[in-house]
Ligand binder design. Structure first.
Ligand SMILES: C[S@@+](CC[C@H](N)C(=O)[O-])C[C@H]1O[C@@H](n2cnc3c(N)ncnc32)[C@H](O)[C@@H]1O
Ligand code: SF4
Length: 479
């Protein structure tokens, strides 16, 4: 009898592995795997579960429920994100939601709406101190001096931002002395400038030929004069017309400005960009991209050394994450870390405001404001889309992050965070992985046997159930 049960269990475990493997395999065949790998970091945000519409009242109620249910709500780390959905000129490559404002009235209407939205959430968050405030977009820097003052006044009077680390994303072409003074007064801690490239051919294809190095130099000087704690510059890799030589030229010009950090992003090509410049062919894009990275691997180090900078990881990490170039021994990095970007597998929650902003109520709801700007805003319309979360989903999120970052699951830490044994909660998954000879345990760590990123991807996604895998996969397809 026992033997028969064991046999049945064995069969079930085999089929669990086969079933989930098959879903992922079919998907990988259907869609280019490289895109999957690029996108995997987004898995933490992807709806595991079914999507539903919500209005602002529903959303506020979920937050209130969360605070009421968690006596320990003060042990959580809270982040606030504001999405300013405007750019003076849209770059052809951009995958963020923003529009070129038709007139100043459009920005005014948006700010009035944001004001109402902030006031609506104010009472719900009255006991909460935010650890970070990230003003992103789009380009929050398009706001005029008066508009920035208006926004900061609302924020200061609505939320507890006394000890908050504040980060502001800017297009350097929008900045001037007056705006920088206002940012400094609001205590912006980190100012991050999007530059992308300084090569005129690349900029032309980007619709960014308004950008001038002289202006960037002036802004960099002012940033130093006002003594912002951190000054970062973003560059993009994989752009049309880019090659290792022109990239190194750009990099040298940027290094002469001595920012605290330079963040290198690999382009996630939008369909529009692929259609425009790569014959709608993603393989062509990746072929060029991989050539560029190979060429750069050979000659980036001496340049960094010359300017006293180091890379936080090798360039081959670029497909799955950004790479940061940092000044050697830069004190401004100690103790602060990249708090917002690290929103991941910890007890954290995020309130996002503005079109396309994502939010996260731990163990309860993962939602996004719909990306649209309207002339008439009605606070109570169904402006949000979200999916419910359970504690088990938080566990999966923790696992996915741990496996992808460290290629293992720390069983001790898992137990400490969730007060449960991993082997107890995910008994079937672990038995099936073990039977398929994909894992082993050493030093309280569950380790994975894998030959390539595809194997690791499969092992990671394995902890989601079949419906969740299908939801995540459909999301990859839609994005
Ligand atoms: C929201 S933008 C803010 C920067 C600012 N608006 C600017 O570009 O001047 C943040 C960063 O995202 C990066 N980015 C834009 N489009 C991207 C894409 N398709 N794939 C990867 N990164 C992208 C750029 O490096 C950009 O600096
Ligand atoms: S990269 Fe920056 S400036 Fe360009 S469209 Fe995107 S958000 Fe706007």
């Amino acid at each position: 009898m026992v033997g028969r049960n064991l046999n049945q269990l064995n069969k079930r475990m085999n089929s669990l592995w086969q079933k989930r493997n098959l879903i992922v395999d079919n998907f990988i065949k259907e869609k280019n795997l490289k895109l999957v790998i690029t996108d995997i970091r987004n898995i933490f945000y992807f709806p595991f579960n079914k999507q539903q519409n919500y209005n602002i009242q529903d959303i506020a109620s979920r937050w209130q429920e969360f605070f009421d249910e968690h006596n320990d709500y003060n042990d959580f780390v809270y982040h606030l994100y504001l999405h300013i959905p405007f750019c003076k000129h849209r770059c052809t490559c951009c995958n963020y939601y923003s529009i070129e404002p038709r007139n100043i009235k459009q920005i005014f209407v948006f700010l009035k709406y944001l004001n109402k939205q902030i006031k609506f959430f104010k009472p719900v968050f009255k006991n909460i101190s935010f650890k970070t405030l990230f003003l992103g977009g789009g380009s929050p820097s398009v706001l005029s001096a008066d508009e920035l003052n208006f926004l900061f006044k609302i924020l200061n009077s609505s939320f507890n931002l006394k000890d908050t680390v504040k980060i502001f994303e800017a297009n350097p072409s929008d900045l001037n002395k007056e705006k920088l003074k206002i940012l400094k007064k609001f205590n912006i801690h980190k100012l991050s400038l999007g530059v992308q490239s300084l090569d005129s051919d690349v900029l032309n294809k980007l619709n960014r030929n308004y950008q001038k190095y002289k202006q960037i130099c002036r802004v960099a000087e002012l940033i130093k004069e006002y003594n912002f704690n951190k000054f970062n510059i973003d560059l993009l890799l994989g752009l049309k017309e880019q090659n290792a030589n022109t990239f190194i030229k750009t990099l040298k010009l940027i290094l002469q400005l001595y920012p605290n950090s330079i963040t290198l992003y690999s382009l996630t090509p939008t369909q529009l960009y692929l259609n425009q410049y790569f014959n709608s062919n993603i393989d062509l894009f990746y072929k060029k991209y991989i050539e560029l990275i190979k060429d750069l691997e050979n000659n980036i180090e001496p340049v960094l050394k010359e300017f006293g900078y180091v890379m936080d990881s090798s360039l081959d990490k670029l497909l799955t994450a950004e790479v940061t170039l940092k000044k050697l021994n830069d004190q401004s990095f100690s103790g602060i870390g990249e708090l917002y970007n690290d929103f991941s597998n910890k007890k954290e929650a995020l309130l996002g405001l503005g079109p396309s902003a994502r939010s996260y109520i731990y163990g309860k709801l993962n939602y996004k404001q719909k990306p649209e700007i309207r002339l008439k805003y009605d606070l109570l319309s169904d402006d949000y889309m979200g999916n419910k979360l359970e504690l088990r989903d938080e566990m999966v999120k923790y696992i996915v992050k741990d496996v992808f970052d460290n290629q293992q699951i720390d069983l001790y830490k898992f137990k400490k965070i969730f007060n449960k044994d991993l082997e107890g909660v995910f008994k079937h998954e672990i038995t099936a992985l073990d039977k398929a000879n994909k894992i082993f345990i050493r030093d309280d760590k569950l380790k994975f046997k894998y030959n390539n990123i595809e194997d690791l991807f499969k092992a990671t996604i394995f902890f989601l159930d079949e419906n969740q895998i299908i939801n995540v996969m459909n999301n990859f397809r839609d994005n």
